[in-house]
Design a protein around this ligand. Structure first.
Ligand SMILES: [Zn+2]
Length: 243
């Protein structure tokens, strides 16, 4: 099986893709996009990992599962290994699972690995900026208005709670909250929080001088004060609730 995989090394990545695949055909575009994501992420975080990121571009979810040994079918997964951060991503005509998200996970793995999935996904979603093409903040506004909002202080403290909430709700809320923390209080403080691996309540209090509860209230007020038109809210609802 290994023989059909080709390899191309760039400044910050090692890409693997199959001979004759769409990924092979478009590998130059993939390289350009990922290197530009790498630059954006590392510039903003002011952190550059020592290790190159390893990419496996797979034809479909089944092949990804087989190649990665991951237990679920998914479009993209990152193994948060400090030594060999590895990303498996589906790449075909319908799904090109590339861009910032998985790279954020891989890049920061060397910096810290917080024991909160909500915090980890929040940072990746901060770089994605949107969910299904809708800005994280607009998603959060819709959920607040429709009483679908889930309290992030519980999602941060308990992975079980985070997993119980649907991705389309938890991910954009965490992305918007991460953006709020970084834009309001700066990257320096946020990076300190990200290094925290134990007591989230204490960490926020200590680093921001405010409880996580109070920060969440501030965040919700900021989201509710945003100027969204009825049309924007309506078209966001259509997307978010379409099933
Ligand atoms: Zn993720």
């Amino acid at each position: 099986m290994k023989a059909i995989w080709k390899e191309q090394e760039t400044e910050h990545y090692v890409f693997h893709y199959k001979q004759g695949s769409l990924a092979e055909k478009e590998i130059q575009e993939v390289i350009e996009l990922q290197e530009s994501c790498f630059k954006e992420i590392t510039d903003r975080l002011e952190f550059v990992p020592q290790k190159k990121i390893i990419y496996w571009l797979c034809d479909n979810r089944k092949e990804l599962m087989h190649a990665s040994g991951f237990e679920y079918e998914t479009n993209g997964v990152t193994f948060l290994d400090r030594v060999n951060p590895t990303i498996y991503a589906v790449y075909n005509e319908e799904v090109r699972c590339i861009g910032c998200h998985e790279d954020v996970h891989a890049i920061v793995a060397e910096y810290a690995c917080p024991n909160s999935i909500a915090v980890i996904e929040g940072l990746a979603m901060y770089f994605d900026k949107e969910w299904w093409g809708i800005p994280n903040e607009l998603c959060t506004r819709v959920y607040l208005e429709d009483k679908m909002y889930q309290r992030l202080r519980y999602m941060i403290r308990d992975d079980e709670v985070f997993y119980q909430v649907e991705d389309r709700i938890s991910y954009p809320i965490m992305g918007a909250f991460t953006a709020f923390l970084i834009e309001e209080y700066g990257m320096e403080k946020y990076k300190k929080v990200y290094k925290e691996c134990n007591e989230w309540g204490k960490a926020f209090q200590h680093i921001y001088g405010k409880s996580l509860h109070d920060l969440e209230i501030e965040f919700r007020e900021m989201i509710m004060s945003r100027d969204y038109s009825a049309e924007q809210l309506e078209s966001a609802r259509k997307e978010l609730y379409a099933d």
